[in-house]
Design a binder for this molecule. Structure first.
Ligand SMILES: NC(=O)c1ccc[n+]([C@@H]2O[C@H](COP(=O)([O-])OP(=O)(O)OC[C@H]3O[C@@H](n4cnc5c(N)ncnc54)[C@H](OP(=O)(O)O)[C@@H]3O)[C@@H](O)[C@H]2O)c1
Length: 290
């Protein structure tokens, strides 16, 4: 094992809660930091002070302002957390000699690519404030550090947060009609698969920008139909509409599938099945949720 001490920011988030036990089970010494323990609105000295005790070899920076529509209402906060907070964490990491892994997003892209999934070298051009703030976060890392990882992922879902898959299932069971876009394409990624990808990249020594998502391209509408089929539910409640008809406060990239050349990644359907196994076990016995 190349590293021993790992700090995870955003440890109480959807990814953080999956990542901490995963890395611990792999034998790393993991220090999980929630927003109460390390807030990205603090200055770099305060962050450094809080990180010192953990003696991190690697800081996996999973904390972020993640409310895509909310970022249009409060852009200053989104920027303060995702851009300035990341900059201050970079400065603290440098003082401690730690490598930083910044978890980023498919939303750094504009969705206009027509010749296949986005490559790590493709030019970001965000179409909403959240995407812009995350892209600025990337720049803080890549411009200030030499040894860093930027890991972009997409359409994340996992058991630790209400998510699209759960919404589709629960709406089907309740008989509630849902409106789902047919022209919004990307790659759903299960947090369990992302944890394995993060560990692989962290030990690769291949510093720079990477993509880590499940494989395949699907519309939100097709994804919803496959979810229902996999659960033995009727998909009659899923009404096909366009992304424009959803009239969301923040623009979304119409196409944001990520190609992952540095990884061997499973299909999104494999990720979905693994998640559904977890989900079924939890809905039978919620006490299994750590
Ligand atoms: N979810 C997706 O579809 C998706 C897709 C692509 C990339 N990503 C990226 O993946 C990473 C993990 O996302 P996620 O889905 O796990 O998000 P999440 O569930 O919203 O978790 C984000 C965490 O960040 C913390 N946080 C927010 N503001 C903070 C602050 N000022 N200081 C410290 N911590 C703060 C939150 O803490 P509180 O709960 O206490 O506020 C929360 O625990 C993020 O970097 C996100 O940009 C997510």
């Amino acid at each position: 094992m190349a590293f021993k001490n790992i700090v995870v920011t955003g440890a109480q988030g959807m990814l953080g809660q999956e990542l901490v036990p995963y890395l611990t089970a792999q034998g790393y010494r993991v220090t999980p930091l929630s927003s109460k323990q390390l807030n990205l609105l603090e200055d770099s000295h305060a962050m450094q002070h809080k990180l010192t005790l953990a003696e991190p070899d690697v800081i996996i920076h999973a904390a972020a302002y993640t409310n895509v529509d909310g970022a249009e209402r409060e852009p200053e906060l989104a920027m303060a957390v995702n851009k300035d907070g990341t900059r201050n964490l970079v400065l603290a990491a440098q003082e401690l000699g730690a490598t930083l892994m910044y978890i980023s997003t498919d939303y750094v892209f504009d969705g206009l690519k027509t010749d296949g999934p986005y490559q790590p070298v493709d030019r970001p051009n965000p179409v909403n404030t959240y995407g812009l703030s995350k892209y600025y976060g990337e720049l803080m890392v890549s411009e200030l550090m030499e040894q860093y990882y930027v890991v972009r992922t997409s359409w994340l879902y996992g058991i630790y947060k209400k998510n699209f898959v759960q919404w589709v299932i629960e709406s089907a069971r309740a008989g509630n009609e849902i409106r789902v876009a047919t022209d919004w394409l990307g790659t759903p990624t299960w947090t369990g698969n992302l944890c394995a990808a993060i560990e692989t990249l962290m030990n690769s020594g291949q510093f720079g920008i990477h993509h880590a998502a499940d494989q395949g391209v699907v519309s939100r509408f097709e994804q919803a139909q496959v979810i229902c089929q996999s659960m033995g539910l009727s998909g009659d409640h899923i009404r096909p509409i366009t992304l424009a008809e959803l009239d969301l406060p923040a623009n979304r990239p119409y196409f944001s599938a990520l190609d992952c050349p540095s990884l061997s990644v499973p299909s999104w359907e494999t990720g979905l099945n693994a998640y559904l196994t977890q989900y079924k076990a939890l809905t039978r016995d919620p006490s299994q949720l750590r």
